[in-house]
Design a protein around this ligand. Structure first.
Ligand SMILES: [Fe+2]
Length: 389
């Protein structure tokens, strides 16, 4: 993250002696991106963050094999039909992915064990319910519409308060606000659709006592369970520009035009070879002759995966798409509104309709997406032919 924060107690200078009340030293830990050359934070632990006492390989609990999108086809996956189970980490059903990013869906009310994704950042969109995100940096209370962005390597767990559904985006790298919305020094610019005040970060440290504490660690090689001698939630203070944060989709200020604006106006985050966009309730395009709905388009360089999170998505009317659905419109296929949708929205505007209530999260990838087992298990096979009805 681009701006500096301090939580809890930290010494006046970095890398100097910082002592506990009993006279012993706190253990300083740097969490830093790109080999000491990018954002970082310094955390001060009561115990050594290096003290592990056991390591064991872990078999994945859900299927993770990806298959190419062949024969090439637009897809509709109904996450509404996926079974609940596991927790918000191990219960993720893989919808689609490639070497840059993986998208999953989870529905659970079970707290997760401690988890560290060392392959990349995660952006977890909470579709429904309330959940407490706990980490070495502290806790964040999250709920419907929150993107929770978790830096690579952050030890954390999810504690749902009742049933929670989530759309998880796992990057093979870092997820950040779009560069064009930031000054050269990292401050959000005035034309950005959100800014620092919209980001919710841990406000205080979180201490949990415990010994022999397992942490599930995900690396390129697979899953490992490392057992720590002491509970990793033992930080008395941290400071820096790297930390988890939440951003609610309803705090995204939509950018509108008189005629239809393309998806980059909805961009919220960027990752390696993908972007994340938020389609939010907003005024319909307001030129007197506007066609206030997407035009048919063929993005030759990207696959578009969209999670329909709420409201009414006019362009997909009659296609079977509903709240909870995922559409995948791959490169190689021209997509656009369903038949009759253009005429219907023009008529709605004529009758005084001025707003769209759509709420959706889109991930555009710059390399083709393969299909995941959870997605294929709830595919609507009729979707591909709905434009030809
Ligand atoms: Fe599109």
């Amino acid at each position: 993250m681009p701006y500096y924060r301090v939580v809890g107690e930290v010494p006046r200078k970095r890398h100097v002696q910082f002592r506990r009340p009993d006279g012993g030293l706190y253990a300083e830990e740097l969490m830093g991106e790109e080999g000491f050359s990018s954002d970082s934070s310094l955390l001060y632990h009561r115990h050594l963050p290096t003290a592990i006492i056991k390591a064991e390989a872990v078999e994945p609990t859900t299927a993770t094999a990806l298959t190419p999108n062949l024969p090439l086809s637009p897809r509709h996956f109904r996450t509404q039909d996926l079974p609940a189970g596991g927790d918000l980490v191990t219960g993720r059903g893989l919808l689609a992915g490639n070497a840059d990013v993986r998208m999953s869906y989870a529905a659970s009310e079970t707290p997760s064990e401690l988890y560290r994704n060392s392959m990349g950042d995660e952006c977890v969109y909470i579709a429904s319910g309330r959940v407490r995100f706990e980490s070495t940096y502290g806790a964040i209370e999250a709920g419907e519409g929150d993107y929770v962005v978790i830096p690579t390597g952050t030890i954390h767990r999810w504690v749902p308060q009742g049933r929670v559904t989530a759309f998880a985006i796992e990057a093979a790298g870092h997820i950040r606000p779009p560069k064009r919305y930031l000054s050269t020094h990292g401050q959000f610019l005035e034309h950005a659709p959100y800014c620092e005040r919209d980001l919710r970060t841990p406000q205080e440290t979180l201490t949990v006592e415990g010994e022999e504490v397992p942490v599930l660690v995900r690396t390129r090689g697979g899953l490992t369970r490392l057992v720590y001698r002491n509970h990793p939630f033992d930080v008395v203070g941290w400071d820096g520009c790297l930390y988890p944060y939440a951003f609610n989709i309803n705090d995204f200020e939509p950018i509108v035009k008189r005629t239809h604006a393309p998806p980059p106006v909805h961009q919220t985050f960027e990752g390696p070879n993908f972007v994340i966009c938020s389609f939010c309730p907003r005024p319909l395009d307001f030129h007197p002759d506007a066609v206030p709905i997407p035009y048919n388009h063929h993005n030759v360089d990207s696959d578009e995966l969209m999670f329909y999170a709420g409201g009414d998505y006019t362009a997909r009317k009659g296609s079977g798409i509903d709240v909870g659905s995922i559409s995948l419109h791959p490169a190689g296929f021209t997509h656009g509104p369903q038949p009759g949708a253009v005429e219907a929205v023009i008529e709605a505007v004529r009758q005084g309709h001025t707003e769209t209530s759509e709420l959706a999260v889109m991930v555009d990838t710059f390399r083709p997406l393969d299909l995941g087992p959870a997605g294929l298990s709830v595919e609507d096979p009729a979707y591909a032919w709905t434009w030809a009805r």
